[in-house]
Design a protein around this ligand. Structure first.
Ligand code: TXA
Ligand code: MG
Length: 352
């Protein structure tokens, strides 16, 4: 298999057929990289127990070495089978029963089997069981846990189609499995059970409300809603990096439909676009990108990253006025991603 070199690879697009899954599994077993569909976003998969293979992920993405990766397994039993953690906390069993397989990642104390490349020097490991059939099939066929961050170049929106992965990773990885559009559309919820109290580090498809119903008290890390203050250590290293930022300036506009539409219509020019709800489109004068329906937060999560990529595809767009999502349910995940895309710039029309 190829060593880490600068020669571009011939990136092949595979289907989800058993034969193609087997081809992808062989690439993983041989220490290569595969774009893997999951229900959240596409992942960039490597053998999690092979440090050298994992280090290729960081190179392909341009990812800082201090940002740890999620380890994906196919079944709860695999956590013990592969001896991934020191101890499975009771809370993990409760959450697993309700939400695995699915868009939830649980951080636990790691065992010595986890390569440093995966945990980036931390004494914990993040574990997830994806529900996407092709992901489960690939993990089983590879016969090893799979480390996978989102399959985008660092700083770009996470990929929600195989074509997004191809756009970012062509020449950098061996293959991509086309498993269709990701159903959830934002990355998994990340909760740590390695501290004194359960703490939400990243909101996602399993909501804070659901976590609290299952576990009782769950703290929310400051980095979920706010910019980390200078000098504060990030509980989840990924939160400290600038994320998902399109080239155009994005500003979140908070307020009613009417206030938003009036504001955008009085501040637009030929370089402006509105990232808005479907219902707003008919009243806006500038270019529009729909994030879904106002009351349908699942559709907002499903569309967000594709729309952020669209902004970069249209060079004429220099400024984007985005509607502010509600932070209930999966809306918290949409807000968390959007506010990073906006560099934390929010105009609150109710306070003007
Ligand atoms: O939905 C997902 O989670 C996707 C799919 C492919 O599974 N993966 C994904 O991985 O979003 P990534 O690497 O893009 O995001 C993982 C986040 C990062 O913010 C990272 O810092 C954090 O989880 N993380 C991973 N291991 C951690 C650990 N041991 N302690 C704290 N944070 C951790
Ligand atoms: Mg990512």
């Amino acid at each position: 298999m190829q060593t880490i070199s600068n020669e571009p690879l011939n990136t092949v697009m595979l289907s989800s057929s058993p034969e193609d899954i087997e081809k992808a599994a062989e690439i993983i077993r041989n220490g290569g990289l595969v774009g893997m569909p999951t229900e959240t976003v596409y992942g960039l998969a490597a053998d999690a127990l092979n440090g050298k293979a994992v280090s290729k992920i960081f190179k392909a993405k341009g990812r800082p070495g201090d940002n740890p990766l999620i380890v994906h397994v196919a079944a709860f039993e695999d956590i013990e089978k592969y001896n991934l953690v020191k101890k499975i906390p009771q809370g993990a069993k409760i959450l697993a029963d309700k939400y695995w397989p699915g868009p939830l990642t649980i951080i636990m104390e790691k065992s010595d089997i986890i390569p440093d490349e995966v945990s980036a020097g931390l004494d914990t490991v993040a574990v997830r069981i994806p529900s996407h059939k092709s992901a489960a099939a690939l993990i089983r066929a590879a016969g090893t846990p799979i480390a996978a961050p989102s399959a985008n170049l660092s700083g770009s929106p996470s990929p929600t189609t195989a074509q997004h992965v191809m756009n970012d990773m062509k020449g950098r990885i061996e293959a991509i499995i086309d498993g269709g559009e990701c159903s959830v559309g934002v990355e998994s919820t990340v909760i740590t059970l390695a501290g004194e109290k359960p703490r939400l580090l990243r909101p996602g498809g399993v909501t804070l409300e659901q976590l609290r119903e299952a576990l009782g008290e769950v703290e929310m890390d400051d980095a979920v809603l706010h910019k980390l203050k200078d000098g504060v250590k990030a509980a989840s290293p990924g939160m400290k990096y600038k994320h998902y930022a399109p080239k155009a300036e994005v500003v979140i506009i908070k307020g009613s439909s009417k206030a938003y539409i009036d504001y955008v219509n009085s501040h637009d020019d030929e370089n402006t676009a509105a990232l808005c709800w479907e219902e707003d489109i008919k009243d806006l004068k500038c270019k529009t990108l729909s994030m879904g329906k106002e009351k349908d937060q699942e559709s907002q999560a499903h569309r967000l990253f594709d729309e952020l990529r669209e902004i970069d595809n249209d060079e004429s767009i220099k400024k984007v006025f985005a509607r502010c999502p509600s932070i209930q349910g999966i809306g918290l995940a949409v807000y968390n991603r959007l506010i990073r895309a906006a560099g934390f710039e929010v105009i609150d029309l109710e306070k003007i």
